[in-house]
Structures are given as C-alpha cells and as structure tokens.
Design a protein around this ligand. Structure first.
Ligand code: ADP
Ligand code: MG
Length: 395
C-alpha cells in the first residue's frame, strides 16, 4: 500500500518549472460510430477528449461494451474515427476535418493484446526484432542486434534471446512482449486487457512487474481494463468510461473518494445509497432530508437546487458505529440484519430505521454488535456525497 502510494504520487503530468509538457497523446472530441447488423447505430466513442502526458500510465476503465477497445484501436489507427482529431508525439495522426489519417505504422506507438501474441516458432530475439524487420525498412543486421539487445537488457531478459516463448513463464513472456513494444523507440504503449487470460495469482504478480517496469522505464501507457483493482493499482490517472463517454478522469484516490455521479460511485468499489431530497445548499455543502432524518453532505454535482431528488452516497468504511451523543449531524439508527466476520475486517448489514433501506458497513476486526441489535451510525459530513438521483448505475 505504501509502495503504491509512492508510485501514484509520481505523476509526471507537468514538469518542475510548472510549464505544461507536451502530451504524448491528445484526443480531441473523438467520435466513432458502428452500424450494427440490424441497421441501428452504436455510438462506440461519443466525444472523448483526453491528454496523456509523458511517462503517464493512463487506464481506461469501464464495463464490457463501453468503448475501451474501440478507443484504443482508434488511437492506434486500426479504426477510423467519424469525428475528431488525434495527435501522437505532437504530430496530428488523425484529423477528420483536415482529412489527415496516418496508417498505424507511422504513429510511433505499439499495442499489446490479451495474449501477448508472441510468435511461438520464433526465438525471443526474432520476436523482438520483428517490428524492425517488418516495416519495409532494411536496417543493417548489426543495428537490429544492437536495438534488440538493448531492450532485452532493459526489461531484464537479456539471457533469453535464444529461447522460444513456449519455454518461458508468464512474467518472462510479458517482458518479451514489452521489449517488442519498445524496440522501435515510440515510447508509447497501448495495452488491451493484457492480463485477462491468466489466473488470479499470476495476474497479481504480472501486474506488479508491469508497474515496476513502467515506472522504471518511463514509457507512456494507455491501458484498457474492466478490472477496477487493476486500474487502481497501475494508474496515475483513471478514465472511467460508460456508453462511449469519459464519465470521470482523475487519480485513483480521487475517483474513489470523490465520484462525480452514481455511475462512477457504483462502478468503483462498493457504495451505500440513501434516497433523499435537497433542503438547502450553501456552497458545496448540502442539507438533505432522508427517510430517516436530516443530514449534511458534500455536493458531487454543482447544479443541485432545493427540492431535487438526490442520492446520498457513502463508502462502507466511513459508516462509524458509535454513540449518538458524540455527533450532532448525520446520525442514523437501525437494526443489524447480518454480521460477516472476514478476519481482518467485518461486514455489517444494517436496516435503516423506519425504511426498507439496507446499508453495508465495513469495520476492522470483530464488531461489538450482533444480529438483531439496534445500532447508531454516523457518517462524517465530507464523506457523504450528494448526487443526482437520475444518473444510472454502472452494472
Ligand atoms: P469494450 O472494449 O469496452 O468492451 P468495444 O470498444 O469493444 O467495448 O465496443 C464498444 C461498442 O461498439 C459495443 O456496443 C460494441 O458492440 C460496438 N462495436 C465494437 N466493434 C464493432 C464492430 N466492428 N461493428 C459493430 N459494432 C461494434
Ligand atoms: Mg474490449
């Protein structure tokens, strides 16, 4: 955890002088539509604008079908967007209004797919040399050898040049795939769920290794996943996607603690939702009526007005069980329906008094209450996020 925090704070988004560095990838209002077999139109990408900075690990996170792969393929030049512009390393590689479209091999980036797609019949050396030989260039043998050996050394598999992929562990294959992606010096790697085909234990190890290598080598990464743990661990910034749009873009901690709507709040982690109505607003401080009394929270949406139907959201770990007298605001009572002791933590399911609303609370160790007890909880005001009720939930 400490290590992760350290990594995540290393965001190389701006240089030290405070001047904005040039983005490695700049997406401006990219739109991509597909015509389905039945004639209807899918808005796979619906107006996406993102800057990826040098050395940044950007994760595109969202449920299946939200447009992650399409966006990645559009950056790579494997799909042609219907609208918008894309710059890579400061060069416009796509502009619909200006009719510019560079082919994939001219975009100076590499893509790593689900399986690493290493050629089984080629040695590690030949796999890594492949991009240097396949682009119609005739590089001298000695230059190819120098480039390949340099990246094999960089990713720590300098002794495996003569081996075949089938003889290597998952971690070694990942290193080789990365070496192949970096050999041509683009310094930008696009990943489409590269770890989704391996089992959970191996996946965790490979994820750590990838994190270490990216932070050490400093290439920029755009990484697609539907796995929120993967996103939280790897990303400098996460773009949460839904329905072809970026719903929220920010560092993992910000996305987790300050979700902007119900979609993001429910897609990242677990959240409790209490239906409520806005009573009053003072800055971003919102007073609400809930079925179990009044409460104070922080507005996630800047356009709320009194009378609006809202949802008060809070994470299970921020519901503190304690004496009602200790807190003036945000005090709710209810009956414990279930306690699940999980070792390090416990989960309490509580039914909010006078409602059929269930809340989930997480606490460290074993709780003092049991099933059937009446308990009182408080939620710190800044942990209660008030968001518009009509926003749909992520699945
Ligand atoms: P994700 O990678 O997030 O699972 P995709 O980018 O693969 O999502 O797909 C986004 C949307 O675009 C989905 O509704 C999908 O059905 C549609 N789509 C993707 N590729 C095509 C295609 N070649 N033809 C028609 N529809 C497509
Ligand atoms: Mg996909």
């Amino acid at each position: 955890m400490t290590q992760m925090t350290k990594h995540n704070s290393d965001v190389p988004a701006t240089d030290t002088v405070g001047e904005q560095a040039q983005p490695v990838v700049q997406l401006r209002n990219v739109v991509k539509r597909f015509r389905r077999a039945d004639g209807s139109v899918a808005n796979a990408i619906d107006g996406v604008s993102i800057d990826v900075m040098p050395g940044e690990f950007l994760v595109l996170l969202g449920p299946s079908g939200c447009g992650k792969t399409t966006l990645l393929r559009t950056i790579a030049g494997l799909e042609l967007a219907d609208e918008g512009e894309i710059d890579v390393h400061g060069t416009t590689v796509l502009s619909v209004p200006r009719k510019i479209e560079l082919p994939p091999e001219k975009r100076h980036l590499s893509m790593i797919f689900q399986s690493y797609a290493l050629w089984p019949h080629l040695t590690v050396f030949d796999n890594v040399a492949y991009p240097l030989r396949s682009r119609g260039r005739r590089l001298p043998k000695s230059e190819i050898a120098a480039k390949v050996n340099r990246v094999l050394d960089l990713v720590g598999v300098e002794n495996l040049g003569g081996q075949y992929p089938g003889q290597m562990s998952g971690g070694q294959q990942q290193r080789v795939a990365l070496a192949r992606a970096l050999v041509d010096g683009g310094n930008l790697v696009l990943f489409d769920e590269p770890l989704s085909n391996v089992d959970a234990k191996v996946r965790e190890t490979l994820r750590r290794e990838l994190l270490e290598m990216q932070r050490t080598l400093g290439f920029a990464a755009v990484y697609v996943t539907h796995d929120q743990n993967e996103a939280m661990e790897l990303a400098h910034r996460v773009a949460v996607m839904g329905g072809g749009k970026v719903r929220q873009l920010g560092p993992p901690a910000d996305i987790y603690s300050h979700p902007v709507d119900r979609y993001v709040a429910n897609f990242i982690g677990t959240t409790n939702e209490i239906p409520a109505t806005v009573r009053a607003i003072d800055g971003n401080r919102v007073e609400i009526d809930t079925p179990a009394g009044q409460a104070l929270g922080v507005a996630a949406d800047t356009h709320l007005t009194p009378g609006d139907a809202v949802i008060a959201c809070f994470r299970p770990e921020y519901g503190q069980v304690q004496n009602a007298e200790k807190a003036a605001n945000n005090v709710w009572s209810g009956i414990v329906e279930r306690v699940l002791f999980l070792g390090q933590t416990s989960e309490t399911i509580m039914r909010l008094g006078g409602t059929d609303q269930y809340l989930r609370l997480t606490s460290l160790g074993e709780p003092e209450h049991g099933e059937g007890d009446e308990i009182t909880i408080t939620i710190p005001e800044h942990r209660l996020r008030i968001m518009r009720a009509e926003g749909e939930k992520a699945q």
